[in-house]
Design a protein around this ligand. Structure first.
Ligand code: ATP
Ligand code: MG
Ligand code: FE
Length: 347
């Protein structure tokens, strides 16, 4: 069966197509993405109104491109999945409206699914079925959380999250302080390769013995970097950008991987999936690989293109939900900007 997935929760318009095989495995057929990231660059962050308008313009062409790439026709589709939330209200509404139109015109079931579950489900397109229980760490511009996955289509529980900034948000803010372009992840990652990760000792938030075990905090780290840079500037010293990037990046990777491994041990799972835009970070994946190997945990990181927002991840989750036999969403499905992570399908 063929599933069309539509994503529009933030600044990427995504249309993906997957095939659900009889044995329950899911195959990627097409993954078309249009991003409005360039239009947000001068604001240093996503502007909701700009994102919604861009979705409106990009939706139909992106869906058409997915079908062309897969060599399929609209009439081949057996189900439509769409991101119902969480995300930006106006942005989500564009995708939900489009998905309803396709589903009702084609007479196929509609599944309003959870964006965060999609970030986990996408890994099955790359690495095959997930074990019955696993841990997922979602690190992006809008999210930083640890999820216990006990069935990709039916049970996902949040066990920790950031109490302030998301990891990607910290990257974007630190890039701004250092006059590096937006989004900050890629340029900081690149600079860090030339720097010394131990040059400056930046704080590791919420890692004290009395801190909440699986929550994260990156706002103190971001402020510490800004203060350090300001201080050096005031003293008339040149900023060692590569060292600042490497030291900042080390602090982020250290905290994320330490907590993920600790959570895997505590919940007795042997598989860790890392997804979201920050999963593309070279130091994060290297340190995660090192620490997971030591702890006997299998590490799964989808390729960068599948880690950032896309339609294939929504199609993948939709396919798993379809396979589970869950009831479809009603055709009056509404976008829910605050959809909780444990709601995998909206009914
Ligand atoms: P959401 O949180 O809803 O998934 P988003 O658009 O913010 O939305 P993504 O597109 O998954 O999330 O990721 C974008 C974020 O990933 C940005 O903050 C960007 O700086 C960060 N990022 C991208 N590449 C890297 C990298 N190599 N290292 C670190 N961060 C990165
Ligand atoms: Mg994005
Ligand atoms: Fe996302």
């Amino acid at each position: 069966r063929i599933v069309l997935g539509i994503e529009s929760s933030c600044d990427e318009t995504g249309a993906g197509l997957v095939r659900l095989r009889g044995d329950g495995t899911v195959e990627l057929l097409a993954d078309a993405v249009a991003s409005s990231v360039d239009q947000h660059a001068r604001f240093g962050g996503v502007v909701p109104e700009i994102a919604s308008r861009a979705h409106l313009e990009a939706m139909a062409p992106t869906v058409r491109r997915a079908f062309a790439d897969a060599g399929l026709a609209l009439s081949d589709v057996d189900a439509v999945a769409v991101t119902a939330g969480p995300g930006l209200a106006g942005a989500l509404m564009v995708g939900v409206a489009a998905a309803k139109a396709y589903a009702s015109a084609l007479g196929v079931p509609l599944y309003g699914v959870n964006h965060l579950g999609g970030h986990v489900a996408v890994d099955t397109l790359e690495h095959g079925p997930l074990p019955q229980r696993c841990l997922a760490m979602l690190v992006s511009g809008g999210h930083t959380q640890l999820l216990l996955v006990e069935g990709i289509a039916d049970k996902i529980t949040q066990i920790g999250s950031t109490i302030d900034d998301a990891a990607g948000e910290a990257y974007d803010k630190v890039a701004r302080v250092l006059d590096l372009p937006y989004p900050g992840g890629p340029p900081i990652d690149k600079q860090a390769k030339q720097g010394d990760p131990h040059a400056i000792s930046f704080p590791r938030g919420l890692t004290g013995p009395r801190d909440a075990k699986f929550d994260f905090s990156f706002s103190g780290l971001k402020t510490a970097v800004a203060r350090w840079v300001e201080q050096e500037q005031r003293a008339g010293r040149e900023i060692p950008v590569a060292d600042v990037c490497a030291s900042f990046q080390e602090a982020v990777a250290d905290v994320l991987t330490a907590k993920a491994v600790r959570a895997a041990r505590e919940y007795d799972v042997d598989t860790l999936v890392i997804s979201g835009g920050v999963a593309a970070n070279s130091r994060l994946s290297a340190l995660a690989a090192e620490r997971c190997a030591e702890a006997g945990i299998a590490l799964r990181v989808p390729r960068p293109r599948l880690c950032t927002d896309n339609g294939a991840m929504i199609a993948a989750l939709g396919a798993h939900v379809l396979a589970s036999g869950a009831a479809p969403s009603p055709l009056d499905l509404a976008a829910n900007p605050g959809l909780p992570v444990d709601t995998i399908v909206v009914h």
